[in-house]
Design a protein around this ligand. Structure first.
Ligand code: ZN
Length: 257
């Protein structure tokens, strides 16, 4: 499945390869590189066998709320350290998937505070509280959540420009920080203190995604450090964006190459 048109050297792209039958490997005639089918993928140079990797992928893609390293440790019979490493590698492949597609059509934007590091508080200071901007397309169901330094216009602008494609209409709440969106696309907003939705203008889709994510954070992962919060958001967005599709396991495997 990795090389539908014939084995190709992952290093130089040459098709001139020799099979080393005794070692389940190939050698490139052009650059002499010896490689296996997992070379350059997330499975490369690990002591975990491929059936376990496939099970880990399946569990991470198909559990509606995701799966913790602790659960994976139990399911696969590997050490916690190995399970942690596997979940992080799989998340990297999910990030690769994310980079490809931009949101289009009718898009909702909203922000939320996510408590990483278990949300511990010292006095009045809440540690690990991060601002996150969320965007979702009503047309495709695709979702993005991006950790930002602050909620100033410049940061919001950066996220919007990095993630939006052809937008027909953009919707937000009535917060003034979203005023500038009208310069990018037709923009409507709803003042939540007046009504939840007016004439189809609402941010219900993105709010639904927030509540799902926050429940998952509390119920499954317990303690997500601020350092890895973006990775967890990417994983969540991957599953959420593809929730109506057939299993994309092999796409994910191949995206990791
Ligand atoms: Zn080569």
């Amino acid at each position: 499945m990795r090389w539908p048109d014939g084995v190709t050297c992952p290093r130089c792209g040459s098709r001139e390869v020799t099979r080393l039958s005794t070692r389940k490997k190939w050698q490139c005639k052009a650059c002499r590189y010896q490689f296996s089918v997992t070379a350059g993928t997330i499975f490369h140079k690990t002591y975990v066998d491929l059936p376990r990797w496939m099970m880990a992928l399946w569990l991470m893609c198909h559990s509606p709320k995701g799966i913790s390293s602790k659960q994976l440790e139990r399911e696969l019979g590997v050490t916690y350290k190995t399970a942690w490493y596997m979940t992080h590698r799989i998340r990297q492949a999910m990030i690769a998937d994310r980079a490809e597609v931009r949101l289009s059509g009718v898009v909702e934007i909203d922000d939320a505070v996510v408590r990483a590091d278990g949300g511990k508080a010292t006095g009045n200071v809440l540690h690990g509280a991060k601002n996150v901007i969320g965007l979702t397309s009503r047309d495709t169901g695709a979702l993005r959540m991006v950790v930002v330094e602050n909620l100033q216009r410049q940061e919001i602008r950066r996220v919007v420009f990095n993630n939006l494609g052809t937008v027909r209409h953009i919707m937000s709440d009535a917060t003034s920080r979203y005023d500038f969106l009208g310069q990018i696309a037709p923009h409507s907003f709803v003042a939540h203190y007046i009504a939840w939705a007016e004439d189809g203008v609402h941010t219900g889709f993105i709010e639904n995604a927030w509540s799902l994510f926050k429940r998952g954070l509390v119920g499954i992962f317990h303690h997500v450090s601020a350092k890895y919060l973006q990775d967890y958001l990417d994983e969540f967005c991957f599953r959420y964006s593809h929730r109506h599709e057939k299993p994309r396991l092999m796409d994910l495997v191949l995206a990791s190459c």
